[in-house]
Design a protein. Structure first.
Length: 443
């Protein structure tokens, strides 16, 4: 029952109790059938009696809502009968007792005096026991951690720690490519003898993960580690010198970042890629990340062909950095502009002079000696001088013996030219990131 002993102060003698005690009455106590607070007559159905002091209090309809225990209907049908011990209600719901605040306070003081504060002493003692038990358990946990942590730290040296955007599975794929060797056929086209290869592996305790035949009919062998790959190469050079061996070099992903609002410096682009992209920042600053896996090289920043006020950045990144970008939805946060879209760019070397793949028109070895071939119509002139009056014709597909509609594309078209696409697939196969991501977005 909400009441406050601080407002009106009146002395009352409790009814039907042994002895007499004086106390500060609540403002809503009923005296002479009137509420001491609102000074109005009180309906007998809207009052409640304290079980201890037997005084009545204004429970419903007081001018101060803070003294009202419930709505009139609820009090009449539920609380009133429960407190007044109405038999029908008691039989159904049990008995409720009402005590005024003053009586509750007196009972608490009497309990405190009779026990001499024993209850509080008991509680304090229990709290101290819990504290002591907790301190002992914590000490035991610390000792256990001291024994476990050294072994954990040693394991961390063997395997880099995991981070939210640090997909070490790609690093394992890179290692897998590095531990693969290609055993070429001899001059007569004969592959290496499998029994001899097996004997060399058993004798030198070399573990082979898989053996496969390539399209070139050469034999590819995937071993358990790079050191075993080098050991096998050394042994085969002596046991079967007619079969030369080589390792597979892994390539780094090349991406195009589109949506730059100005011509940034290369150093600025690299700094923003690291600092403004949380996953990449975690990867670069992870002590378990190798120098090779932190690689971010900005190759060039060039304007877009259809919008000279917008720019794109061509960036070569490690396989782990590319995986971190993929986890961001192939987007990068750079500067204050809107988020920049990232596209994969599969670089295939093509000569601008003769349109053939595998060499450049200008290199350290000199200029291409072949005749000019147009990349648009396959005519005998430079691509930049073509008037585009002739139909499209791919010079590389023409050399490959294709006819008709198979020629209707430019030699530099990475989407329609099947030869260009095959070379892009070769780039993918030697780039670990694309072994686990089906990426068809070229730019």
């Amino acid at each position: 029952m909400p009441d406050s002993p601080k407002s009106s102060i009146t002395d009352f003698s409790p009814q039907n109790t042994e002895g007499t005690r004086t106390y500060i009455a609540a403002p809503n106590i009923i005296q002479n059938d009137c509420c001491n607070h609102c000074q109005e007559g009180v309906n007998p159905d809207y009052r409640v009696q304290c079980y201890d002091c037997k005084n009545y209090f204004h429970a419903v309809g007081c001018t101060d809502d803070s003294y009202c225990v419930s709505a009139p209907s609820s009090f009449t049908s539920h609380l009133g009968p429960a407190v007044s011990n109405t038999k029908s209600y008691e039989k159904r719901f049990g008995r409720f007792l009402f005590f005024c605040n003053h009586c509750i306070t007196v009972k608490e003081e009497m309990t405190e005096q009779s026990t001499g504060g024993a209850a509080n002493v008991y509680v304090d003692r229990k709290i101290e026991e819990l504290k002591q038990n907790f301190a002992e358990e914590l000490s035991g946990v610390k000792e256990m951690l001291k024994e476990i942590l050294p072994s954990k730290q040693n394991n961390a040296l063997a395997k880099p720690p995991m981070t939210p955007c640090n997909p070490w599975d790609d690093s394992q794929r890179t290692e897998k490519l590095r531990s693969m060797i290609v055993i070429k056929n001899d001059q007569s086209g004969k592959p290496i003898d499998k029994s001899m290869l097996e004997e060399s592996c058993i004798k030198n305790k070399i573990s082979i993960v898989n053996t496969m035949k390539l399209k070139s009919n050469d034999t590819a062998v995937i071993l358990n580690s790079r050191s075993e790959a080098e050991t096998l190469r050394e042994k085969l050079s002596k046991a079967s010198p007619q079969h030369s061996t080589s390792t597979v070099a892994t390539k780094l992903p090349r991406i195009t970042v589109v949506g730059l609002e100005r011509d940034y410096l290369k150093e600025e682009i690299k700094e923003m890629i690291v600092s403004q992209n949380h996953g990449i920042d975690l990867l670069i600053n992870d002590p378990g990340t190798s120098i090779e896996d932190k690689k971010i090289d900005v190759v060039a920043i060039v304007p877009l062909k259809n919008d000279q006020n917008s720019f794109k950045a061509i960036v070569r990144v490690s396989n782990l950095v590319r995986s971190a970008i993929a986890k961001q939805g192939d987007k990068l946060f750079i500067g204050t502009q809107r988020v920049c879209k990232v596209y994969d760019s599969f670089f295939v070397l093509r000569c601008f002079n003769c349109q053939s793949f595998g060499h450049h028109s200008k290199s350290h070895q000199g200029h291409c000696k072949s005749e000019h071939v147009c990349g648009f119509c396959a005519g005998a002139h430079e691509t930049r001088t073509c008037d585009r009056s002739a139909p499209l014709c791919c010079s590389n597909c023409k050399k490959a013996g294709k006819h008709g509609n198979e020629l209707l594309h430019a030699a530099y078209d990475p989407v329609l030219c099947p030869i260009f696409k095959d070379l892009q697939e070769k780039v993918k196969k030697t780039t670990p990131f694309y072994q686990s991501h089906n990426t068809d977005r070229n730019h």
